[in-house]
Design a protein around this ligand. Sequence first.
Ligand SMILES: Cc1ncc(COP(=O)(O)O)c(C=O)c1O
Length: 388
Amino acid sequence: MFTSKFPEMGTTIFSEMSQLANTVGAVNLSQGFPDYSPDPILFECVAQAMKSGYNQYAPMPGMPALRNAVAEKYTQVFLKQHGNSTDVIPPNADTEITITPGGTVALYTAIATVVKPGDEVIIFSPAYDSYGPAVIANGGVPVYAHLLFPNYMPDWDEVHALTTSRTVLIIINTPHNPTGTVWDAAQYTALEEYCNKHNVNVLSDEVYELITFDGVRHISVLSIPGLRHRAFVVTSFGKTFHITGWKIGVCIAPSHLTAEFRKVHQFLTFSVNTPMQVGLANYMLNAETYLGLSEFFQRKRDYFRGLIGSTRFTVLPCKGTYFQLLGYANVSDETDVNFAKRLTTEHGVAAIPLSPFIPGNVSQPVLRFCFAKENSTLELAAEKLARV
Ligand SMILES: Cc1ncc(COP(=O)(O)O)c(C=O)c1O
């Protein structure tokens, strides 16, 4: 008889809601993936890489061309934001960048690199749902700090109070899934003070780094010298190039942490598929392929928010990511999970409740909707929501 190592771990709410949406044929705004095609030029780049013979194992840290493209991206983004690139120190492609099979595996590998049995890790909740289980799988203890409705910003006094001599890591995520908030400079100052005081490392989940709105800028931990030396930064090509199914991501960390990260990576992953790495590297030679992402998604966000005007749902702020929170207090007093399920089965629109992202499953009257969809999909969803 096999005894489960993780008796309390269930199926993720993403799988559950997507499955329900498929079963009842609902418009699926639950899981965060686009329903439109990525750029065909990217397909050509990958096909060309295969035809050119890039079909065997890639080097363990990733194809050099792709690591160089990732480093160059930081210069290009900084140039776009500030008009000059003199102040940015891009990560070193050889010693600081590792290509991983997706952001989730990069997160897991970083956690496995740092966390020893009994170590504690601060996680802000609601949180992307892989963090806690990854800590537990490595013998660690997730310690949850609250991001409270409706502003969802950290209470740093709480974070300090939750910290003990066993705390080794704090996981941050901005732009934030599921709430769409983006940290400003003051939050990083508080984080830096916190890390210095308690000597804690940082795992910064920046997979939505290129999706911010209304002139708000994403600040990477890499741009903060007082944090960069103790941080792992995770990004994902899936989010940037509308290819979530390709599962390719990145971990960036200073060389001494990258050396440790690669000790785990070499036996967990070893190497990531070669033609996609080469294809992505060639595609990224044109920086326009990623620099316009905020504008692209701001149009979608604004379109979706406009459509919601004809419903009884309320629109919460959204400064980044491709998720919009909608309040349903005017519509129902059910828990978010019950309402999300009924919205899917009775009204034909699937969304994600937030309580599964919160320890204790505390329910607030909000659901998360993904607007990385064709306008026609958003229109169909809004029509259905208007009838609720
Ligand atoms: C906050 C956050 N981190 C990480 C990931 C995972 O990225 P990937 O699909 O590259 O594993 C996601 C995907 O939804 C996410 O929302």
